[in-house]
Design a binder for this molecule. Structure first.
Ligand SMILES: Nc1ncnc2c1ncn2[C@@H]1O[C@H](COP(=O)(O)OP(=O)(O)OP(=O)(O)O)[C@@H](O)[C@H]1O
Length: 263
């Protein structure tokens, strides 16, 4: 029984599809890397899964009762608001405690443990706008730890992170994996993907390949992904029917067929 099922999914903005005809399933406990060039739809897919974007076509089904945590790209998070590190990390308790409930001793211990895990013990009262980029990213990771989610979505989690911290966060992700959590991570570094992620999805708006990482990150697939045109084609129709029903020759049909062979 998959924890996530994606069925002929099209996501986008206005009239433009940014993720096109994606279909596949993610098993419980999977560790999946989502890769592709700039503008290829990776962040859009995560936003669709977490429910920030409604599908233009198709659907995403999540196994009942599963909890989801989402670490957005740090550039998308406004940290000019007056809050402290501990306030940000406490947001991870929302789903369980509500916004205004006082934290128990146990909650406080969980928050402290999460901060210590990401190397931010002692930073509790530091204002968010007084953190370095890497420290802020680690605070976001601490919030994810506190959420204890079944599905964890990480969007470029190592941006602005130094090597030792990246290695530590990769160990943290491996620990989540060992606990049976399902992890989807958007990454650009293909060596990291090959070393740490058994499965990968290669996107170029259309899915190029999805499966075991070694089968996905082939020179041919990577070349196909590089050939993707980032700019919108304003004259292109929105296309949210299954590709095999197209007779009119949308150029994504070939990619989808190839993808289906691997999925
Ligand atoms: N809020 C938005 N409104 C309109 N278009 C958007 C919006 N967000 C993203 N897009 C467009 O959707 C497409 C996919 O963007 P997305 O952020 O999903 O790409 P990505 O693969 O995560 O890229 P990157 O590696 O650069 O982060 C891009 O062409 C982008 O310009």
């Amino acid at each position: 029984m998959p924890i996530l099922t994606i069925d002929n999914l099209t996501l986008g903005y206005g009239n433009h599809a940014a993720v096109h005809h994606l279909g596949g399933s993610i098993a419980r406990g999977e560790k999946l890397a989502v890769v592709g060039g700039n503008g290829s739809g990776k962040s859009t897919l995560l936003k669709g899964i977490v429910g920030l974007l409604r599908p233009m076509g198709g659907r995403i089904t999540r196994a009942e009762g599963t909890r989801i945590a989402y670490l957005p790209q740090s550039a998308e998070v406004d940290r000019s608001f007056p809050a402290r590190v501990i306030d940000l990390v406490s947001l991870g308790l929302w789903a369980e405690r509500g916004l205004w409930r006082k934290h128990s001793t146990d909650d406080r211990a969980r928050l402290q443990a999460a901060l210590a895990r990401v190397g931010l013990a002692g930073f509790e009262n530091r204002p968010l706008d007084a953190l370095s980029g890497g420290q802020f990213q680690r605070a976001l990771f601490a919030r994810v730890i506190v959420q204890q989610a079944d599905i964890i979505l990480l969007d470029e989690p190592f941006n602005g992170i130094d090597q030792p911290t990246e290695a530590d966060l990769l160990r943290l992700i491996a620990g989540w994996h060992a606990e049976g959590r399902t992890i989807l991570t958007v990454l650009h570094d293909l060596d990291t993907v090959r070393t740490h992620f058994p499965r990968a999805l290669l996107l170029a708006r259309d899915p190029i390949a999805w499966g075991p990482t070694a089968d996905v990150l082939t020179p041919l697939n990577l070349a196909r992904a590089r050939g993707f045109a980032e700019a919108w084609d304003d004259s292109a129709p929105i296309c949210d029917e299954p590709p095999h029903e197209h007779l009119g020759g949308h150029d994504h049909d070939q990619g989808h067929d190839h993808f289906r062979k691997l999925a």
